[in-house]
Design a protein around this ligand. Structure first.
Ligand code: GLA
Length: 784
């Protein structure tokens, strides 16, 4: 609704209200829980009744008392009294920096237009409306357009900015953020998701106080250091209740989220391309568009915010062909073979995988050029026929004959110095003049700002894709940037390098995904070094972390779940001791964690025990039966994992007739107090059957306690112990209830007693360190 220069944007549960000031700037009046449309919004105006001491008066004659420094503004610039962090910073030809944009008009329409050269949220489901506000600075002849896209069902508003030079022969843009949101609130906490290789997405909460906090990446990718998704929450907000704002960015390069609390306790949030090393030149009539910022608000706590974000990603971010499309269970050969494989070894793995019900075979690194370790061949995208005698076509056909699809790993953005490509085009690598380039994982980065480099990649990858029936691609990117410089950009253009690299990357994605719309792409960057909405616009899933340790994955996937749905998180069951942590966890715990993502297996199936093989067969069956709710159900974090030994997750189908609950234990306590397991999100009025998923117990977990029962002495780990453990397994507890949802939601069920050193029967819950259990919850009112 637009009335008296007030714009009231509404989603299903939120309102976003702004107004054009007499002076031409835009004030943010309110962003929060939905309120009705009305005639008079003046209670929300910032009142300026007298001059504020020690402040800059914007225009004493025309607008007495107006100071921009104490206004909630939709954008800000430099030089007119707003002394906070700004959305835009320009350098003009004459060296001046003062900029003052004023509203000149607006447009409102159904749907949206795409952002040129960048991915943007899709409007498949026709619930998108756009508001465009035009602004102009007549002194410098530069136009700025603010875009607002309202995604009604997801409770998301996205924003971005376009800047257009008029007649300045060389305008330098030193900063152009995607959005600015000022909220007049104190007592708020900033939540960020930080990490490193193998421990991505750790949640950190920081109480906001006066000053500036920057969450950013300078890696060239969106990074595992600081994910672009941040939350600003009320200090009292919990998983289940309270108000919070989520902010994300549809971008895969250097980003920055700048959060400032000023002298009037107002919080300013800016996000967009990181101003670090950024300077973009605009000639006459040229324009620059920012990536799209994503905003959401919830009064239903952090779970409510996650539901908005999940819906938005599932409906408006991932490519149309993969919207709510169930993802296959895969086997990946990386941790099974690393570089040491040939066709017969791979087919051995594929055969075992097919027997277990696995649907997609993924051939990882090492199939191309002369690549036998990580020191060579990146860039040489042709098959190594020494390893794969029948080429890709040969192995692909054999895998297909087993009833499985075939997928392939690439790392296209890289070049090894020891490669044919490098010997031919050394100048295609990113290096800084006169310096020996620093490396990461022994490799250099290709200069994607160059058209001929992009054409080479699209061409060579297309040839591979046309050579066999490839249904899946894992697109890896294994190093951060150094020696930033492009021979393509000249002395004045190096400030454009990082952004132009990302634009180049998106150009390649756009060309490949539109030519091969049915190939499932999985993003990867040493695990989660580029887990962001830009990637998800082309690749519906991302390898969340190289760390497959189940206990660590609980933390990583919990962190990721705040902003990203289960359907986006690649999650594999691997061997133990785990290759990243050497930790040992049970085969079912590894599954119980991975099943809340896109399930895969990544271990040598030829060398596992029959116990594990049987377990995996059951797991794959269970996953397929419950895949829809596990990948696309509403996801809840039940307890805050930071103050409990028992983090728990739940996924509930949209119609609330089915759910799966995952209960995880960090460490075993002897004689522990009872666990009360409470659900969230079931219908109070439906009757549900809750049933613990039965697992098998290897009797070896009891160690020499087995002698308490055995008539003959059994030596721990001796031959007899081994034989008995192979032929005799026990079932986990038999626990089941049929009750109404309100009991489960409000009171929860008291789970059967954990092992307490005094025997075992089918009512004892044996979890141990890193133990876990899945509970299947089904409405009994519905016959399936
Ligand atoms: C990266 C990925 C791994 C694997 C290797 C292959 O580390 O994250 O999953 O593909 O590369 O070299």
């Amino acid at each position: 609704m637009i009335k008296n220069k007030v714009f009231h944007l509404q989603t299903e549960n939120t309102s976003y209200i702004i107004r054009v000031l007499e002076s031409g700037q835009i004030e943010n009046l309110y962003y929060g829980k939905k309120i009705r449309e009305m005639d008079d919004y003046s209670p929300l105006y910032e009142k300026v009744s007298c001059e504020t001491p020690n402040s800059i008066m914007y225009d004493r004659k025309l607008y007495p008392n107006l100071t921009l420094d104490n206004m909630c503004l939709e954008y800000s610039s430099i030089g007119k009294g707003d002394l906070r962090e700004s959305l835009v910073e320009l350098s003009l030809e004459d060296g001046s920096t003062t900029v003052d944009f004023k509203v000149t008009g607006f447009k409102e329409y159904e749907g949206r237009e795409k952002i040129k050269g960048l991915p943007s949220a899709h409007s498949y489901n026709e619930d998108v409306k756009t508001l465009e506000i035009s602004l102009y600075d007549e002194i410098i002849d530069v136009t700025m357009t603010l875009y607002y896209h309202v995604f009604y069902n997801a409770n998301v508003i996205t924003r971005h900015v376009k800047l257009k030079n008029g007649t300045i022969s060389s305008l330098k843009v030193n900063r152009l953020m995607s959005m600015q949101l000022d909220i007049p609130k104190c007592n708020h906490t900033l939540v960020t998701f930080d990490g490193a290789w193998a421990r991505e997405m750790e949640r950190h909460d920081k109480k906001l106080c006066h000053g500036i906090f920057v969450n950013d990446s300078k890696c060239g990718t969106s990074s595992n250091r600081h994910n672009p998704f941040v939350i600003i929450r009320d200090n009292e907000c919990t998983e289940e209740a309270g108000e919070c704002y989520g902010v994300n960015l549809v971008y895969s390069g250097n980003h920055a989220e700048i959060i400032e609390v000023n002298q009037y306790d107002k919080i300013r949030i800016l996000n967009g391309i990181n101003p670090y090393l950024f300077q973009f030149n605009l000639g006459m009539d040229e324009e620059l568009e920012t990536p799209e910022a994503v905003l959401s608000y919830s009064k239903e706590g952090l779970n409510g915010l996650s539901h908005n974000m999940h819906k938005f990603v599932n409906e408006n971010i991932v490519p149309e062909n993969f919207r709510y499309k169930e993802r296959p269970v895969l086997i990946n050969n990386w941790e099974a073979t690393y570089f040491n494989f040939n066709e017969s070894k791979l087919m051995g793995l594929a055969n075992k995988a097919a027997d277990l019900g696995i649907e997609l075979f993924v051939l990882d690194d090492g199939w191309f050029g002369n690549r036998n370790d990580d020191k060579s061949s990146l860039g040489d995208w042709f098959v190594n026929t020494k390893k794969l005698k029948g080429g890709l076509e040969g192995i692909c056909k054999k895998v297909n004959a087993l009833g499985m699809d075939f997928g392939l790993w690439f790392e296209p953005e890289m070049i090894s110095e020891d490669s044919e490509l490098y010997r031919k085009h050394p100048d295609w690598a990113v290096t800084s003049p006169g310096r020996t380039p620093s490396t990461g994982r022994n490799q250099l980065i290709l200069d994607l700002t160059r058209q001929e480099v992009r054409d080479y990649l699209v061409d060579s990858i297309s040839k591979i894709l046309d050579s066999a029936d490839i249904k899946y691609i894992k697109w890896d990117m294994n190093r951060n940037f150094s020696d930033m410089y492009s021979r393509n950009l000249g002395a004045n253009g190096q400030g454009e390098f990082f952004h132009r690299y990302v634009l180049g990357l998106y150009d390649i994605y756009e060309r490949l995904t539109s030519a091969y719309p049915n190939i499932l792409f999985e993003g990867c960057s040493s695990g989660g070094n580029r887990f962001d909405l830009g990637i998800l616009c082309y690749m519906p899933q991302i390898w969340t972390s190289d760390d497959t340790d189940a206990n660590e994955r609980v933390t990583i996937q919990t962190g990721a779940s705040y902003g990203y749905p289960q359907s986006t998180m690649g999650a594999h069951v691997s061997v133990c001791p785990n290759h990243q942590s050497l930790r040992v966890t049970g085969i079912d715990t590894r599954f119980n964690v991975a099943s809340f993502g896109v399930l895969g297996y990544e271990l040598n199936l030829s060398e596992i025990s029959s116990f594990d093989r049987n377990a995996i067969k059951e797991q794959v069956k269970f996953y397929k039966e419950n895949r829809s709710v596990l990948q696309f159900g509403d996801f809840y974090r039940i307890k805050n994992i930071y103050d409990t030994n028992n983090p728990s997750w739940m996924a509930v189908s949209k119609d609330k007739t089915e759910a799966v609950l995952g209960f995880y234990q960090r460490l075993q306590k002897p004689n522990p107090s009872g666990d009360i397991i409470r659900t969230i999100g079931l219908s109070d009025d439906l009757r549900y059957n809750v049933k613990a998923r039965r697992e098998k117990i290897n009797i070896k977990v009891f160690g020499d306690l087995i002698n308490q029962l055995s008539p003959v002495r059994i030596k721990k780990d001796g031959i007899l112990h081994e034989v008995i453990s192979k032929v005799y397994t026990m079932d986990s507890e038999n626990e089941e209830y049929t009750v109404y949802g309100d009991l489960l939601n409000e009171a929860g069920f008291k789970a059967t007693q954990q092992f307490a050193c005094s025997g075992y029967n089918d009512q004892v819950r044996l979890l141990g360190d890193f133990g876990s259990r899945l509970y299947k919850i089904t409405s009994v009112n519905v016959t399936k």
